[in-house]
Ligand binder design. Structure first.
Ligand code: PMP
Length: 422
């Protein structure tokens, strides 16, 4: 840690700093559902490196294809057959993907989506939702929910977060931020401000604060409103893509956006993302009206990682199993909390879910998540960690195709012990 502090700003990742975990653990490697630290300790991993490792750590087919493609040389970005193969596969799997471009991470792809929406509509602003996260770049990060939460105003009034106001070149005024899951409010604001708004962007499942599903009809309501006012509908599937199924959350809920963003799980941890969409939108890129560049985009190893990942997912179809294992773990955790007298809410969709304390039941919206007892969650997560189970600091658990029934049983017995001790 001392060495790290000298050369790495902050010394360790934000995950440790944010949740005040007592230890800075340094890891050496991962295999399947396990990761290992420098002292040789083994951990059952539900973080999946913040989500990407949907096949588990070091999947042999991914490693093999990355090695093969890397050995074949770094072919000129954007002009190799494998990029076409990957795009053809994604066009087949994802309902809204008539055409696409590849980038390196989710934030870049979100930014590209915003550019395309502005070019398509000739309008400037974006409607986004409280509690949703769309990346860390300036253009997309303003309006991140976490800072400024205490200053949230009247639920009925669209507001912009005050924390952005004092920043130079702040683009905060480009965003109208509304509570999520309230279609009547969205309809009213879109009706009033239709001439200003280029796009509505939403995570189809709110995964960055809690793990909250859309109310029945909400996503379709967004689709209908956007159609009515000629506004672009963007689904940010950075988390849900290839996690909820081969066609993402858009297949799961049966609502097709105009543009969507895929990242995390598509590359098994290699840096690749995609902006995919309907031809009417993506043609603006084809015509050069929206510039999409990037030296490293579509590099051989990243394309290899994505092709291998999607091929394994298609061949093995692990989704039913992942949903079943996830639900079993969710139910087991709920029972363990009841037995041990904790007010713990377990909420999510199976392949990902969140454990929270003190929110008094299932949450429907971002403001419900503000009730959470973060100190207690911190004790739970740290206790799990010390007992050999890794979950993301805000209580998020990801299931991978590498997890087994035995892993779930181990996680449950450990969690029961930790709940008893906190
Ligand atoms: N959108 C969502 C929904 C995300 O969860 C994230 C990252 N957690 C991003 C965008 C940004 O992606 P990246 O970190 O790959 O830039």
């Amino acid at each position: 840690l001392d060495r790290a502090k000298k050369v790495l700003a902050g010394g360790v990742s934000s995950e440790f700093r944010k949740y005040n975990h007592p230890h800075a653990i340094f890891y050496t490697h991962g295999r399947g559902s396990r990761i290992y630290d420098v002292d040789g300790n083994e951990y059952l991993d539900f973080t999946l490196s913040q989500g990407p490792l949907i096949l588990g750590h070091s999947h042999p087919q991914v490693l093999k294809m990355v090695a093969e493609y890397s050995e074949s040389g770094q072919l000129y970005a954007g002009q190799h057959i494998r990029e076409i193969e990957l795009a053809e596969k994604m066009a087949e799997l994802i309902p809204s993907a008539e055409s696409m471009r590849f980038c390196l991470d989710g934030s870049e792809a979100v930014q590209t989506a915003f550019r395309i929406a502005r070019a398509k509509t000739g309008r400037k602003k974006f409607l986004r939702f409280e509690g949703h996260y769309h990346g860390w770049l300036d253009n997309v990060a303003y309006g991140i929910s976490t800072p400024g939460i205490d200053a949230l105003g009247d639920r009925e009034k669209p507001n912009v977060f005050p924390w952005t106001a004092g920043l130079p070149d702040s683009s905060a005024h480009d965003f109208i931020i509304l509570p999520w899951n309230d279609i009547d409010l969205v309809e009213r604001v879109l009706h009033e401000r239709q001439d200003e708004i280029a796009a509505v962007i939403t995570e189809p499942i709110m995964c960055n604060n809690g793990c909250i599903e859309p109310k029945a009809g909400f996503l379709q309501g967004l689709r209908d409103c956007c159609d009515r006012y000629g506004i672009t509908l963007i689904f940010d599937e950075v988390i849900t893509g290839f996690r909820m199924g081969l066609g993402g959350a858009q297949s799961h809920y049966g609502v097709t956006p105009d543009l969507s963003i895929f990242a995390k799980a598509m590359g098994s941890g290699y840096p690749i993302s995609a902006i995919v969409g309907k031809s009417d939108w993506m043609d603006l890129v084809a015509q050069g009206k929206v510039i999409h560049a990037g030296t490293m985009n579509s590099s051989n190893p990243t394309i290899a990682a994505a092709l291998a990942t999607l091929t394994v997912l298609e061949n093995e179809l692990p989704y039913e199993r992942m949903f079943a294992l996830g639900r079993k773990l969710m139910q087991g955790l709920e029972s363990a909390a009841k037995e041990t007298g904790h007010d713990m809410t377990v909420q999510g969709v199976g392949p990902m879910f969140v454990t929270s304390f003190g929110v008094g039941g299932q949450m429907t919206d971002y403001r419900d998540t503000l009730l959470a007892d973060k100190a207690k969650l911190g004790r739970f997560v740290a206790g799990l960690h010390d007992a050999g189970i890794r979950v993301i600091g805000r209580g998020l658990w990801y299931i991978s195709a590498a997890h087994t029934e035995d892993d779930i049983a181990l996680a449950l017995s450990t969690a029961r012990q930790v709940l008893k001790s906190i």
